[in-house]
Write a new protein. Structure first.
Lengths: 398, 129
């Protein structure tokens, strides 16, 4: 995809760091928690056709929200994410056909990061595949690609003996993220959370609601959970408020899309339309370990095999600014001579690391750690360096 | 929110306080609230010229990049160097955390700017929709 270089704007004609992936839908959609966000004084923005909180000034804003997740716990309304259920005798074969990871390795209750690919080996979307039952899988997909993904999954699974359902509007999805997330959620559920490993799911009573799906997943590079509760406004608000109340002793704060973006950037978690898109393939994005070429067949596999043979031309790298300046999405990457060699996919001040970091596509000869490059910021080449990723890795538990 | 009555304001949310030919320039409380956590400020060098209505620098929050527009023309006499390492001072007290000081070319230019009450009305309308 091509990026528009974001020109600086007059104050308040703000270039949000969250560009829409697809043309905005004429009607802006709202999650069931929308009235709660507004009541809490959240700053709202349109994101991929959704009216979503970007930050909660009452919680201290993006930096405070970000650091609450790193040090304690924060909660996010991620109900704009979509959900596709595949069920039936052919569900595994269907999932294997449409996704690049190996779903046959999943035990019931286990989840994996994966992606849906075009025949060219580029991204329809990245997904989390949950195995919920013997023949039942749930794909959690991005907000901006909900309709596209569902249509693509349906169109590519006709030949399999399974039902494909779009459950995107059925759930309010609340992410409880941070090292204290487990302590918080345990107060509200009868499920034994210590027995649920990272990227596993269970079911339990949550806030008095029976049989709630609880996944130990997230998009913050931190430990945490995502719970899926019925999407009506009253139930959603009840759960949200109970989580905030139960989290008081852990210093819980509500978090918006701003902190979600900086948290995932520190952890080098890709965002559709930025690090991955229909013009970027798996090797370029560096997602090799989630792509199981030993699987005999999946959409995109042939193209990826060829791409590997012909050699990868560009790679996603982590960048740290060496001079003053913040690399932003779409900014040009230059070599030391000032020649354009690539572009920034995501860039920001990193609130926990207190550095200016970015992810960028550069030719492979510039992808080695320590390579000096420049980022063009308002017409000036500003020194930066290729650094190891993820920028942030959560401390290992004993 | 109280906006000092001895300041003048632009619709781009800068403030200017003049004492004869010497003026101090910053951004308003409303601007910093809208931007959120400010993490970077880029300002002109002492001795450079700024022109009314033209950009003279940049302020960045975690999520946004914004140009700074000069409320009046003049020569930069001082730059608030503290903001290079502590840009959050603007969030803490926008009406005292000044950006630059200038020697005005024509103090009369300030007559075209908004008085505190008018600016307050302006931002109330802007925040309202």
């Amino acid at each position: 995809m091509s990026f528009i270089i974001p020109a600086a704007q007059p104050l308040l004609l703000i270039e949000e760091n969250l560009p829409a992936v697809e043309a905005p839908t004429p009607t802006v959609r709202k999650t069931a928690l929308n009235p709660v966000h507004r009541q809490m004084g959240a700053k709202m923005v349109e994101f991929n056709g959704w009216d979503m909180p970007v930050e909660y000034p009452s919680a201290g804003g993006i930096i405070a929200e970000h650091n609450a997740v790193r040090n304690g716990v924060g909660i996010f309304d991620v109900s704009h994410m979509g959900d596709i259920r595949l069920a039936g005798p052919g569900a595994l074969a269907a999932v294997q056909h449409i996704s690049m990871n190996d779903a046959s390795r999943l035990a019931i209750g286990q989840a994996q990061y994966s992606a849906l690919l075009y025949p060219q080996g580029t991204f329809v979307d990245d997904v989390i595949v949950h195995r919920l039952g013997e023949n039942e899988y749930l794909l959690v997909i991005n907000a901006g690609t909900r309709e596209k993904d569902f249509n693509w999954v349906r169109d590519n699974t006709h030949d399999f003996d399974c039902r494909v359902e779009n459950l995107s509007d059925d759930f309010t999805q609340i992410a409880i993220q941070g090292p204290k997330g487990v302590n918080l959620l345990q107060k509200l559920t009868d499920a034994t959370l210590s027995a649920v490993k990272f990227y596993w799911v269970t079911r339990g009573t949550v806030c008095g609601l029976k049989n709630i799906l609880i996944a130990r997943t997230g998009y913050t590079a931190e430990d945490g959970f995502e719970i899926y509760v019925p999407a009506d406004e009253a139930t959603s608000a009840m759960v949200w408020n109970n989580v905030l109340e139960a989290g008081k002793e852990f210093g819980v704060v509500p978090c918006g899309l701003g902190a979600r973006n900086t948290l995932r950037l520190e952890g080098k978690l890709p965002l559709y339309g930025h690090e991955i898109s229909d013009a970027i393939n798996v090797w370029e994005a560096g997602l090799d370990r989630f792509c199981k070429m030993e699987k005999p067949e999946f959409v995109g596999r042939d193209a990826l095999e060829k791409a590997k043979v012909s050699g990868v031309k560009r790679l996603l790298v982590g960048v740290e600014m060496m001079e003053r300046g913040i690399a932003r999405d779409g900014y040009r990457v230059l070599d030391n001579g000032g020649r354009e060699i690539g572009y920034v996919t995501s860039g920001s001040y990193a609130p926990f690391l207190k550095k200016n970091i970015a992810l960028a596509y550069v030719p492979i000869e510039f992808a080695n750690l320590g390579t000096e490059i420049k980022i063009e910021i308002r017409g000036q080449g500003v020194k930066a360096q290729v650094v190891p990723t993820p920028f942030y890795k959560r401390p290992k538990k004993q | 929110m109280s906006y000092p009555t001895d300041y003048k304001y632009t619709k781009e949310h800068e403030w200017i306080k003049a004492d004869g030919k010497n003026a101090t320039i910053g951004i308003t409380v409303y601007a910093q609230e809208s931007l959120g956590d400010i993490v970077f400020v880029e300002l002109p060098k002492v001795g450079s010229e700024i022109t009314a209505g033209k950009t003279f620098g940049t302020v960045e929050s975690v999520k946004a990049v914004s140009d700074l527009f000069a409320p009046a023309s003049g020569t930069v006499t001082e730059v608030n160097g503290e903001l290079a390492t502590a840009p959050e001072k603007i969030n803490q007290d926008a009406h005292s955390a000044w950006l630059i000081k200038v020697a005005l070319k024509d103090p009369g230019e300030l007559n075209a700017l908004l008085a505190a009450a008018d600016y307050e009305k302006f931002v109330a309308e802007e925040a309202g929709h």
